[in-house]
Design a protein around this ligand. Structure first.
Ligand SMILES: C[S@@+](CC[C@H](N)C(=O)[O-])C[C@H]1O[C@@H](n2cnc3c(N)ncnc32)[C@H](O)[C@@H]1O
Length: 218
C-alpha cells in the first residue's frame, strides 16, 4: 500500500477532558470505520464523490479523516444532535486543514431537503449499544451510545432516508454491533433497494463490530 492509499488518523488534541464529559471520545469503533474507509479508498475515489455526509459526527475524526484523504474537490457535511459535537467537528476539521459544514439536527432532518439526491458518501457510527428504550436520547453522553432495543432504535430511523439522500452512485457506510443483527439490517436495506457488502469486521473487547457498505441495487 503506498501513502496515497492510506488515511491519516486526524489530530484531535484540542478536545478537552471537559468536552469528553459531553461528546464521544474517538474509540475503537471510530477507528474501525476509518480503517474500513481506508480499505475501500479505491472504490470511493473511483466514484469521484462530490458530497460526503456523516450522521452523528461526535468529535469529527471520521469525516475529517475521509476529507483529508479525498481533498477539497468534495464538499463535507456533518450532523449531530449535540451542538458541542457540531462545534468540535468543525474545529477538528480546521485543526487538520479541512472545512466541514455542520448542522445540529436529529439524524438528517435538517439537511434532507438541501442534500436530497446529492450525497455520494454517507457515513454513520450510530449509538448502537443495547439499552432500555428510556435511555435513548436521555442526555449528551447517552446520545453517544444508547441504542435502545437491539441497539437499533436510532439507526432504524435513518434507513428510510438513505434512498432520499444518496445520489445514484452513492455509498452508505454503517458501523454495527453483532447484537444489532447485521443480517436483519441488510434485509431491511434490501427492501429499501440497497445491496450490502461487509467491508471490515473486528472483535474489540466484548464487542464484535462490522462496517457494512450499501449501494443501490442494479
Ligand atoms: C457512537 S457516537 C459516534 C461519534 C463519531 N462518529 C465517531 O465515530 O467517533 C454517536 C454519535 O451520534 C450522535 N447522535 C446520537 N443520536 C443522534 C440523533 N438522533 N441525531 C444526530 N446525532 C445523533 C451522538 O451525539 C454521537 O456524537
Amino acid at each position: 500500500m503506498n501513502d496515497d492509499d492510506k488515511i491519516k488518523t486526524p489530530l484531535f488534541s484540542h478536545i478537552t477532558c471537559e468536552d469528553l464529559d459531553h461528546i464521544y471520545e474517538p474509540s475503537e469503533d471510530s477507528f474501525l470505520l476509518i480503517d474500513a474507509l481506508e480499505k475501500d479508498l479505491q472504490v470511493i475515489r473511483t466514484n469521484q464523490p462530490s458530497v460526503c455526509l456523516e450522521v452523528g459526527s461526535g468529535s469529527g475524526v471520521v469525516i475529517t479523516a475521509i476529507a483529508s484523504a479525498l481533498g477539497p474537490q468534495c464538499h463535507y457535511e456533518a450532523t449531530d444532535i449535540n451542538p458541542r459535537a457540531c462545534r468540535i467537528t468543525r474545529d477538528t476539521g480546521k485543526l487538520n486543514g479541512v472545512e466541514i459544514h455542520t448542522t445540529c439536527t436529529d439524524l438528517v432532518s435538517g439537511v434532507l431537503d438541501r442534500l436530497k439526491g446529492t450525497v455520494d458518501i454517507l457515513l454513520c457510527n450510530p449509538p448502537y449499544v443495547v439499552t432500555p428504550s428510556e435511555e435513548v436520547g436521555k442526555g449528551d453522553l447517552e446520545y453517544t451510545w444508547a441504542g435502545g432495543e437491539r441497539g437499533r432504535e436510532v439507526m432504524d430511523r435513518l434507513f428510510p432516508d438513505v434512498d432520499y439522500l444518496l445520489s445514484p452512485k452513492g455509498l452508505f457506510y454503517l458501523l454495527v454491533l453483532k447484537e444489532n443483527d447485521p443480517d436483519d439490517i441488510c434485509d431491511v436495506m434490501k427492501k429499501l433497494g440497497f445491496s450490502s457488502t461487509t467491508v471490515l469486521a473486528r472483535q474489540t473487547g466484548p464487542e464484535k463490530l462490522t462496517v457494512l457498505r450499501f449501494c443501490r441495487q442494479r
